[in-house]
Design a protein around this ligand. Structure first.
Ligand code: AMO
Length: 429
């Protein structure tokens, strides 16, 4: 019976493995085959004087990255990876890999990101790349588990929609029979509607589509958003929840992904909570002083300002109390100072990870705010109707899964955190 390579120890007597040929070193009388599966690498050593003809023939014919099955006794060898090696008694080539390979999985020859993404299935055989996605999987499992424990209901909302969520820009139009339709930018309207449905706490982890023109290291055209919405909560309640979510993700990765972190050579630790909560006004002040540029109240925090703030803060932080004017219509203004709203962004020193807000739950105010943004309430009819029939106060946020993983693992480019990224120039594989 096949066993995972990582389960083979110097004490193991014998083993059957199935894996890919990672490297071949033929020294004449002696040949070393490094065999790799998801769990790890083992050296299979063929002493030609002692091996059977069948083993020698099969081994000689095999190319790197072919799939092989090997059985034989295990020996403790200090110099070998993991302190043990396998002596093949049988050596079967299950699937032969063509040569040359589009990509060197053993990373002797470095490859450009584009080449790697073109041959992503091979790229992902690399322990480093595989580790990123094992960690990403741990992050989503851990967050989903935490939210399930806290009583959240998982929902799936439509990705094909009739109207913009976040305003008119950044929309991908699609052909939907004889109607105009778009790929959804965010589950925003639907998660809010589920507050009217009495679900109280909902989460969706799913794709969002943004027709971002710019091709940057932190933007994707298809991203994964972890979206929550909570009834009877204000923006501070959901910021507290967001802190628990971030800490849980980091803890899970530290607890369960020690070997993957080692492969990647990173030690993310666990961020300390509570994260500082600075107001937008304070943020503008700090950034203006650092970049020696006068940011006016109402300006967006641009890339330079974010970078300056990141250097100043040095850890995760929230920017709260944004000008109503620059946040979406669904963010709730303070009653006593309507020019400021109960919206927040969660920032990592490198970039924004999440935005959220306490929402407008009054129909008349929502209509007013939609109009104030130059949008037409008629195109939001299905969204507005629930606000007429008992909408509880509620708050929520959207957290970018790729940005979370990218910042946790200090990856240089967001594409490293997506299996098959969609950007301005890439639609395959
Ligand atoms: P926002 O548009 O800020 O808010 O998106 C929330 C988070 O999603 C991630 N994200 C992206 N990641 C990569 N590439 C993109 N093009 C991209 N766009 C967004 C970011 C961002 O912080 N409806 C609100 C959320 C809410 O209020 O609940 C929204 O969509 O990490």
């Amino acid at each position: 019976m096949r066993i995972p390579i990582a389960d083979i120890t110097p004490e193991t007597e014998a083993a059957e493995i199935i894996g890919w040929v990672h490297e071949i070193r033929d020294l004449g009388g002696l040949a070393f085959y490094l065999i790799r599966d998801r769990s790890g690498i083992i050296q299979a050593t063929i002493v030609k004087k002692k091996a059977t003809d069948d083993v020698i023939e099969a081994a000689k014919s095999v190319s790197r990255e072919s799939v092989v099955r090997i059985t034989g006794p295990v020996r403790a060898v200090e110099k070998a990876p993991g302190g043990r090696e396998l002596i093949p008694e049988t050596f079967e080539v299950i699937a032969r890999a063509e040569t040359p390979l589009p990509l060197d999985v053993a990373e002797k020859v470095p490859a450009e990101l584009d080449t790697r993404l073109d041959a992503r299935f091979l790229d992902a055989r690399r322990p480093r790349i595989s580790a990123i996605f094992q960690i990403r999987s741990t992050v989503t499992h851990a967050i989903a588990d935490l939210l399930a424990r806290e009583g959240f209901i998982t929902i799936q909302t439509p990705k094909v929609v009739a109207a913009a969520t976040e305003g008119g820009t950044e929309l991908f139009p699609i052909a939907y029979f004889e109607k105009e339709a778009f790929l959804n930018q965010s589950p925003q309207l639907y998660k809010q509607m589920m507050m009217a449905a009495g679900f109280e706490k909902v989460v969706e982890i799913g794709p969002i589509f943004r027709a971002e023109e710019h091709n940057t290291v932190r933007h994707l055209n298809e991203a994964t958003s972890i979206d929550v919405e909570v009834s009877f909560a204000d923006h501070h309640d959901v910021m507290n929840l967001l802190e628990r979510v971030i800490v849980t993700a980091y803890e899970a990765v530290n607890d369960r992904c020690a070997s993957q972190l080692e492969v990647l050579g990173v030690a993310p630790g666990v961020p300390e909570t509570p994260f500082p909560r600075i107001t937008y006004e304070e943020a503008i002040g700090i950034a203006s002083a650092k970049i020696e540029e006068d940011l006016a109240y109402g300006d967006d925090l641009g890339t330079a300002a974010e970078k300056a703030l990141g250097e100043e803060m040095g850890e995760h932080y929230f920017v709260v109390d944004w000008p109503t004017e620059i946040k979406p219509y669904y963010a709730l203004p303070y009653e006593d100072r309507p020019e400021v709203c109960r919206a927040f962004d969660l920032m990592h020193p490198r970039m924004e990870l999440s935005s959220g807000a306490q929402r407008v739950h009054r129909h008349d105010l929502l209509v007013e705010q939609i109009r104030a943004k130059g949008l037409s309430p008629e195109s939001f009819e299905f969204y507005l109707q629930p606000f007429l029939y008992g909408m509880p106060p509620h708050a929520g946020w959207g957290l970018g899964a790729e940005r979370l993983v990218m910042t946790m693992l200090d990856l240089p480019n967001i594409r490293e955190a997506v299996l098959f990224p969609r950007d301005r120039h890439r639609l395959t594989p």
